[in-house]
Design a protein around this ligand. Sequence first.
Ligand code: PLP
Length: 373
Amino acid sequence: MQFIDLKAQYEQSKVNINKRIADVLSHGQYIMGPEVHELEVKLAEYIGVKHAITCANGTDALQIALMTMGIGKGDAVIVPTFTFFASAEVIALSGATPIFIDSDLESFNLNASKLEATILHVLNCTDLNLKAIMAVDLFGQPADYEKINRLAIQYNLKVIEDAAQGFGGGISGKQAGCFGDIATTSFFPAKPLGCYGDGGAIFTDNDDYAELIRSIRLHGKGKDKYDNVRVGLNSRLDTLQAAILLEKLAIFPSELVRRNEVANLYSEYLSSQSDFILPTCRENTYSSWAQYSVQAVDKHRDIYIQRAQNKGIPTAVYYATCMHQQTVFKDINTAGLDLSNAEQIARSCFSLPMHPYLSDDEIEQVVTSLQNE
Ligand SMILES: *Cc1c(COP(=O)(O)O)cnc(C)c1O
């Protein structure tokens, strides 16, 4: 059994993907070829935003978002402490200070009920200029943007939505990728929508931001890339990856349906066991189930991981270490911030195989393996 079965997915679309790749090889526009533009149009349509701008990976996408907002030294950005490293990394890379916020035990996302206290903590207890909230759609579920955006408006903060895992999720019919002033995603192969290498995209409705993003992605270009009006990056999506993504995007909606069936089956089978806290979606919220992650309650998670492994079933731990526990961030002061939910999740969570090509039978095998020595 595969944790994520990219081969089974390729089998689904092999003819179309091969044709798309052959097309690129014959037209030869490997950089910024027509497929890149075609993909950006389709992505904007899918998300329901004015601008979708592709780039080299999801980390660059976040960095470009921060550069676009002019965030740097002396600034602060609130970010969940329980996330993939890149979310916090780019804040530090920009010269700003990440301010860590606790998680919600049910959704794994930024704990919106602690957001105002965290904002006030930065305003009252630091010299930093609080500029933005970076919310993460962790494991596929969009964060609580109703509360986040309300507080952002109240305190005049920008919102960045890190939808690297959330692509395909949504709230009340609106797609993940439309909830921040700028949203970003990743097309790393293991993400809900992945390519065959690195890739990313940035989404916004703001025309001025879009112009800046297009410039920063290409060496801070003005009229062209040899007219440089600011310091930027080299962060383009390869035409080949765009071509592959176009075919993967075509089957993505049906894959999402199956991902949700898989998650529902896991929850149904596991609900009779008291060993786990199961992942739940907030009301009106739809997950892309980048991961199906549970928290072990009674026993240490290693016991379940070992049981699964004994039956040849792969599991993974995302993530054993919170950002405030990382060596590189040890000097960032977290006094006065309660991060105990995130610490509990980091100690107890693990993820089960999740992809749209899991059979009902395999899902049962996974569940059974967790029960028996
Ligand atoms: C994967 C991921 C990223 C980074 O994306 P890359 O394409 O690997 O650079 C950022 N944030 C989160 C939450 C992610 O899961």
